[in-house]
Design a protein. Structure first.
Length: 203
């Protein structure tokens, strides 16, 4: 119960994503794009021609297979936990959802720009928003926030973006859009706490 009080939104978000995934696996294959489209995955023509705007939101809670789910949820649990304790639950959920939606719009723009439409889904955009926010918070706190270092976050970002550009099937523009949105939202929402003096470094 004490752990829940520290980061209730992070725990609820992880639980929602996991429950949706296992509910879908009971009736079909989450690796099947057609099945995922039936249940809310994002596909630009369905948005622009079918006006199915709800997909912008629902696709943030869907995952293509167990590995996709676990990768996102582990990152969300570890990093979201830290960010929520730092900025508070209300600001955290606002940042998570808005940065995730910004990532969706970035990916939609990119698909329209290159005129190549593929279904996409996942919480990774919102997770990148959390990473961007943590980076800003770490910078404001002399390179550290809890057990997370600014340098470690930068390395994670570089590796993740490189992996996204070199691996087929990764919605990299959603990641980048959410990353910058999370950083900008943190600038607006975050207020540095008064801390005891102490040394910190970028490690």
């Amino acid at each position: 119960m004490e752990n829940f009080k520290k980061a209730p939104c992070t725990i609820v978000l992880v639980a929602i994503n996991v429950m949706i995934f296992f509910a879908l696996t009971m009736f079909g294959a989450t690796e099947d794009s057609a099945y995922m489209l039936e249940h809310g995955a994002m596909y630009v023509p369905y948005l622009t021609e079918g006006h199915e705007y709800y997909r912008i939101f629902t696709s943030m809670f869907l995952h293509y297979g167990f590995d996709h789910l676990m990768g996102n949820m582990v990152m969300l649990a570890l990093l979201g936990w830290q960010l929520e304790q730092e900025i508070g639950s209300v600001k955290y959920i606002i940042l998570y959802l808005v940065s995730g939606l910004c990532g969706q719009f970035a990916m939609i723009w990119y698909d329209v720009y290159i005129n190549n439409y593929v279904p996409f889904a996942g919480a990774s955009g919102a997770v990148f928003g959390v990473i961007g926010a943590l980076l800003y918070v770490a910078v404001r706190n002399r390179g550290h926030i809890g057990r997370v270092s600014g340098r470690g976050l930068l390395i994670m970002i570089v590796i993740s973006v490189y992996y996204g550009f070199t691996t087929p099937g990764i919605a990299n523009f959603a990641h980048i859009g959410s990353l910058f949105a999370g950083l900008m939202l943190a600038v607006i929402l975050y207020r540095k706490r008064n801390r005891k003096s102490g040394s910190a470094s970028w490690i």
